[in-house]
Ligand binder design. Structure first.
Ligand SMILES: Cc1cc2nc3c(=O)[nH]c(=O)nc-3n(C[C@H](O)[C@H](O)[C@H](O)COP(=O)(O)OP(=O)(O)OC[C@H]3O[C@@H](n4cnc5c(N)ncnc54)[C@H](O)[C@@H]3O)c2cc1C
Length: 233
């Protein structure tokens, strides 16, 4: 367990000896809680780096699982999960340039996808926008900054919507999907991968298609909706 920000916990899950999980970068798992509750979390590690599964868990006030993680969980506890799940993975049969749009812990699966693309030595142009309210919410800021230094086909644009005075923020401000629209008049030649808050993912889908000519077939997303517990749970 590592806590890179007040409300973000990074969990490293070790699989039982001799077991491996075959998955695509960007997919998620469902943690199985007692009483049939399931909670979805994206894998932030790429498949080639699978010694541990890495999850980035944002604390949700009143949330059954995340409250447990932040207040009760101890290292070496045993969790049950199901996976891999989901279709948020890199379409490798395309050579279109990619725009990644993440909000908050939506960075997790995008991290997995980008590290996979680097590992595969993809030459596709990649631009990652990572939005949050304040600077400390960009809980792994140095990592994409390092990617940008090491890979000439990767560009990183952090965007803050409510920077604090002590952040002394000189970078981009406003909503993260709006920053993409400010930079691109036409997205018809791009693939877009968006992940995080449902309101951001929905705005990106709607506005990129309606005003920037993005084909919806080239829009891939995972929306971090709250869980939907079964009635009996
Ligand atoms: C595909 C997918 C991938 C995801 N990946 C990630 C990830 O990598 N990282 C991440 O941080 N999140 C991720 N999420 C989001 C995460 O699964 C949810 O935030 C999850 O609900 C958190 O679980 P929890 O038990 O802490 O909160 P929950 O118990 O689900 O509660 C969530 C919210 O609902 C409220 N609530 C709960 N029950 C009720 C009720 N009966 N009536 C009214 N309000 C209620 C709570 O107060 C709280 O505000 C992902 C979601 C999906 C669908």
């Amino acid at each position: 367990m590592e806590r890179p920000a007040d409300d973000v916990m990074v969990l490293y899950l070790k699989l039982p000896a001799n077991e491996r999980l075959q998955f695509l970068a960007g997919q998620y798992i469902d943690i199985l809680m007692k009483e049939g509750k399931r909670r979805s979390f994206s894998m932030a590690n790429p498949p080639h780096d699978d010694e541990c599964l890495q999850l980035h868990v944002r604390n949700i006030v009143g949330g059954a699982f995340t409250d447990y993680v932040f207040n009760k969980m101890k290292e070496r506890e045993i969790l049950r999960f199901e996976g891999p799940l989901g279709t948020f993975f890199l379409r490798e049969d395309s050579d279109k340039p990619i725009i990644f749009v993440a909000s908050g812990t939506g960075f997790a699966p995008i991290k997995g996808i980008i590290e996979h693309a680097f590992y595969k030595e993809s030459r596709r142009e990649m631009i990652m926008y990572w939005g949050a309210r304040k600077l400390s919410d960009l809980y792994m800021l140095q990592l994409p900054q390092q990617w940008q230094q090491e890979h000439d086909n990767f560009k990183f644009i952090p965007v803050l919507s409510e920077a604090l005075p002590e952040d002394r923020w000189q970078g981009r401000s406003g909503l993260v999907h709006q920053a993409v629209m400010d930079d691109f008049a036409d997205l018809s030649g791009f693939q877009v991968y968006a992940c995080g808050a449902p309101v951001m993912v929905e705005a990106a889908r709607r506005d990129f298609a309606a005003t920037r000519n993005l084909s919806l077939e080239e829009f891939y997303s995972d929306s971090f909706t709250f869980s939907n517990d079964p009635k009996s749970a």
